[in-house]
Design a protein around this ligand. Sequence first.
Ligand code: NAD
Length: 382
Amino acid sequence: MTTVGVLLETAGRERRVALTPDGAARLRKQDVEVLVEAGAGRRAWFEDAGYSGAGCEVVPRLRVYAESDILVCLHPPEDVASCRPGQLLVGLLGPLGDPGLAQRLATAGVTAVSLDLLPRTLSRAQAMDALTSQANVAGYKAALLAAEAYPGFFPMLMTAAGTTRPAQVLVLGAGVAGLQAIATARRLGAQVTGYDVREAARADLASTGAAVLELSTPSAEAGGGYARELTADEAGAQSRGLAGAVPRFDVVITTAQVPGGRAPLLVTADALAGMRPGSVVIDLASTESGGNVEGSVPDTRTVTDQGVTVIGAANLASTVPAAASTAYARNVLALLALLMPRGEVVLDLDDEIQRAVVISHGGRVVQPRVRALLEESKEIRS
Ligand code: NAD
């Protein structure tokens, strides 16, 4: 019988869990054993008793490592070296940002599966699309966070004391998170404008009912629904265009990413300096090495000298932990159904989805993009 183990997330402020009691109950119905580390779901309000009630065994971390055939997580665990040879590790492992981890897992004989490499446009992959499920949660929360930090109302309110104008919200990047931020800000009554470098995203924007900000930059598609990195000239023109537009808004939410590349800088210090005091900027792309907004710091709220609140919101999905964990657990279950067609793991690297998400197997890094990155880093070192 196969045993699935659920680990408590070790990353800083992470509150999500990779499998909920409901998800575990579905595995139990298929005669899969589920071991859950004590406290794994507590920060998402899924108590140990809920897992026990669903037929799981709640055990210490070492037993999860020792007795599971499959380990499920969100981030790579900090004690990932505790994985056993032959074990399968499923998570958002970020191998394009850290190909060395894939190499270490391969050397340890671990079969690692990373949901962030899923071919998202395949319709049969959609139920496994954890990037989409988590970006949806993040976009929703970004609009709420902006409304909370903004010192005015989002909607137009007509009261005996007068009428307030609706907040003007600009959303930069109209992928999954951006479109959800737009929908949520509109539900709160704000007047919303969106912008993206991809022509296809401009059509998505128009369908949300948001106004579309037009800049004179060319469409920058990279295939697969993603944007490419702009050239220095294009980025300069975009930055100047945005510096002119941004100060007209009360709230700016940025969500722009380029897969495998650096997040583009969209809101410069000059643009921030032009905004009115009390304005709010939320940067979903914020990282230690920069994001979409100059000076944004992950998980930190700063106020500029001009009175603009800048919030670096690197991992907003974790702040809506029950909904985000529930969605992630469904993604994991859909993936496990693919990997375990008859209750046991049977890998098929000829399958398009498995070929994309399995990063290490049989002692080797097998994912072509990750292998290419490792080769490149060897060449750079030698
Ligand atoms: P993402 O997180 O990689 O990027 C977010 C957005 O930032 C993208 O829309 C991108 O075009 C934009 N962006 C990048 N550089 C920019 C710049 N310099 N200026 C302005 N915007 C910039 O993207 P995502 O949310 O993961 O999704 C990307 C696309 O893939 C979307 O169109 C989405 O609908 C599509 N998608 C399709 C499926 C499917 O077919 N089932 C599933 C998931 C995503």
